[in-house]
Design a protein around this ligand. Structure first.
Ligand code: HEC
Ligand code: HEC
Length: 190
């Protein structure tokens, strides 16, 4: 790195040689997380990623900017990093409207709740995206009387391994009432 660039980083306070221990500086693990960590830690703390949920388009612009600033990554790597950041550090309100997505009922209170907690970033009604579709989930648990409690606990705590190796992040901020509404609604999607 050129010295003048380094000075800019020090000035901005984003390059801290004596900062937090690097091994605690981690991203949510998922497909592409290690690549993203390795590339982005070259110049700054991962805090800059964690504190800024961006839309997919904004992450694409950010990656272009980071590449111009000297991040060594090729187009294939950028594509993986973009998918990773959009899925785990995204703030897109909903997937693009299509008859399949939930976006059709934009003003619906349940839709708002799903959007507010980013559920629709990973789940749609009938198609597998990052997570299983809500219909698949309802079908899987249709004859399971303990499903409401079990799924509520999983939505709150996050989890992995039931549907695949991609994890669902935890939702500690959900109120009990909202959690109950969401779980009940998901189980009705047959
Ligand atoms: C070659 C050095 C370098 C690398 C590697 C690098 N960045 Fe940056 N990053 C910077 C600089 C310099 C800034 C400071 C501010 C700016 O954008 O003007 C910055 C700022 C940021 C910001 C804050 C942007 C803003 O507008 O406030 C984010 C988010 C970010 N980087 C994400 C990433 C991601 C994701 C990666 C890995 C793909 C990455 N950076 C890799 C140099 C780098
Ligand atoms: C970052 C992506 C992501 C977000 C955001 C997300 N999920 Fe998930 N969800 C997943 C993945 C991936 C799985 C599958 C996890 C597994 O295999 O165990 C999943 C699984 C589930 C399951 C099934 C759990 C089981 O044990 O079978 C339910 C129900 C669910 N999600 C509801 C929600 C709700 C409601 C929200 C919003 C509050 C939400 N999800 C937000 C990715 C996500």
């Amino acid at each position: 790195m050129r010295l003048d660039k380094l000075l800019v980083l020090v000035f901005l306070g984003i390059f801290s040689p004596a900062g937090t221990p690097q091994d605690q500086d981690k991203l949510i693990s998922g497909p592409g997380s290690t690549l993203t960590e390795n590339k982005c830690k070259i110049c700054h703390e991962l805090q800059h990623i964690r504190r800024t949920p961006l839309s997919r388009g904004e992450w694409a612009d950010n990656l272009k900017n980071m590449k111009e600033r000297g991040t060594p990554m090729d187009d294939a790597e950028i594509a993986i990093i973009l998918d990773y950041l959009a899925a785990y550090y995204g703030r897109d309100p909903a997937p693009p409207p299509s008859p399949d997505t939930l976006a059709a009922g934009g003003a619906d209170p349940m839709q708002k709740l799903l959007n507010a907690h980013a559920c629709t970033g990973c789940h749609t009604l009938a198609q597998r995206v990052v997570g299983p579709s809500f219909r698949e989930i309802a079908a899987k648990y249709s004859s399971d009387a303990t499903a409401p409690q079990r799924l509520a606990a999983r939505i709150r705590a996050g989890g992995q391994g039931v549907w695949g190796q991609v994890p669902m992040p935890p939702n500690p901020g959900l109120s009990d009432a909202d959690l109950k509404r969401l779980t009940g609604w998901v189980l009705e999607q047959k």
